[in-house]
Design a protein around this ligand. Structure first.
Ligand code: AMP
Length: 279
C-alpha cells in the first residue's frame, strides 16, 4: 500500500497506470470503522486500483468544536486499509488541498442542499462539494463510493456530477450497522458509555416507522417519533423528516410513484448522530 501526502507525487504515480485500468475512489475523514471498510472492499471488487483519502475537511464543519474534537486515528486507519488491501492512501494537509484560500465554492444543487443537514449545518454541502470535486479533479477516478448513511450527501454528489458533467460513476453503498443496530460512525467513539448504550434507540424508532408506515402515514409517523424522543432523557431529537429520495422535498402523504425515506438527527449528549431508512 502506498501513502501520498502531496498532489504532485500522487498524480505522477497515477499517471503511470495504464489508461485502461479502472480506479475506485473512497473519500473519508478517517477514524475508520467497518462501514468505511465495506466501501473500500466494494471498490476493490469493482476496480483495478482503489484509492482512499483521509482528510478532515475544515470547510464542511460549521462548528469549530466539532472540527477540533473530530476523532483522528491515522496510524490505526493505515493499518486497517493495508489489511483490507487498499492500494493507495492519500492524506493531504489543508494547505495542500486549499493552498492559502480556505473557502468553499458556492454550489447550486437544485435545492437538495436546503433541508435537513443543509438547514442545521449551514455551508456544510458547499464544503463537501468543494472538496469532493477537488479530489475528483486530482484522482480522476472511474468510480467513487459513498455511503447511504449520509444519504443527502450522496444525492448532492450525484447532482454535482450530473450538473458539472464530471466523468465518474457514483456508487451508493448500504449502511453498515453495529450488532445493536446503531449506524457505524466515527463520532460513535466520542459517545459516553450511557449515551452509547442509549443510541441504538434511534435505529429502533426508524425500524418501527418502517414497519408501520403504511398504516401511520406521514403526519402520524412524525408525531410518533416526536413523542418517542420527548420522553427520552438521554437523546434529543433535532429533526425527523420523511422525504422523497430524488428531491429530498418533504413528503406530505404516501405516493406510490415516489421512493420515500425517513431521516433523523439526534443529539446524544454533545454528539450529533444521523441515520436514515428507506420506507
Ligand atoms: P466520513 O469519514 O464520515 O466522511 O465517511 C466517509 C464515507 O463513508 C461516506 O461516504 C459515508 O457515507 C460512508 N460511511 C460512513 N459511515 C458509514 C456506515 N455506517 N455505513 C456505510 N457507509 C458509511
Amino acid at each position: 500500500m502506498l501513502v501520498f501526502e502531496d498532489i504532485k507525487s500522487l498524480q505522477s504515480h497515477l499517471a503511470g497506470y495504464c489508461q485502461k485500468k479502472s480506479i475506485g475512489f473512497v473519500p473519508t475523514m478517517g477514524a475508520l470503522h467497518k462501514g468505511h471498510l465495506s466501501l473500500i472492499n466494494t471498490s476493490i471488487s469493482h476496480n483495478d486500483y482503489t484509492v482512499a483519502s483521509i482528510f478532515v475537511n475544515p470547510t464542511q464543519f460549521n462548528n469549530s468544536n466539532d472540527l477540533k474534537n473530530y476523532p483522528r486515528t491515522i496510524s490505526n486507519d493505515l493499518a486497517l486499509l493495508k489489511e483490507v488491501g487498499c492500494d493507495i492512501v492519500f492524506i493531504p494537509t489543508a494547505a495542500e488541498m486549499y493552498k492559502d484560500n480556505l473557502t468553499s465554492e458556492k454550489f447550486d444543487f437544485d435545492g437538495l442542499e436546503l433541508p435537513m443537514e443543509g438547514a442545521f449545518r449551514l455551508g456544510h454541502f458547499d464544503g463537501v462539494g468543494t472538496i469532493v470535486k477537488r479530489f475528483f479533479q486530482i484522482i480522476k477516478p472511474t468510480r467513487a463510493y459513498f455511503g447511504e448513511k449520509d444519504f443527502q450527501q450522496l444525492q448532492i454528489i450525484r447532482k454535482m456530477v450530473e450538473k458539472q458533467k464530471l466523468k465518474v460513476q457514483i456508487v451508493p453503498c448500504n449502511i453498515y450497522r453495529e450488532s445493536d443496530g446503531l449506524a457505524m460512525s466515527s463520532r460513535n467513539a466520542l459517545l459516553s458509555k450511557k449515551h452509547r448504550l442509549a443510541a441504538p434507540f434511534i435505529y429502533h424508532v426508524l425500524k418501527e416507522i418502517q414497519s408501520n408506515f403504511t398504516e401511520l402515514g406521514v403526519a402520524k409517523s412524525q408525531q410518533f417519533v416526536k413523542n418517542k424522543f420527548e420522553t427520552h432523557n438521554l437523546l434529543k431529537l433535532e429533526y425527523f423528516e420523511i422525504a422523497k429520495e430524488s428531491t429530498l422535498l418533504p413528503a406530505k402523504s404516501i405516493t406510490p410513484q415516489d421512493n420515500l425515506r425517513a431521516f433523523i438527527a439526534v443529539f446524544a449528549g454533545d454528539i450529533r448522530l444521523i441515520d436514515n431508512i428507506q420506507l
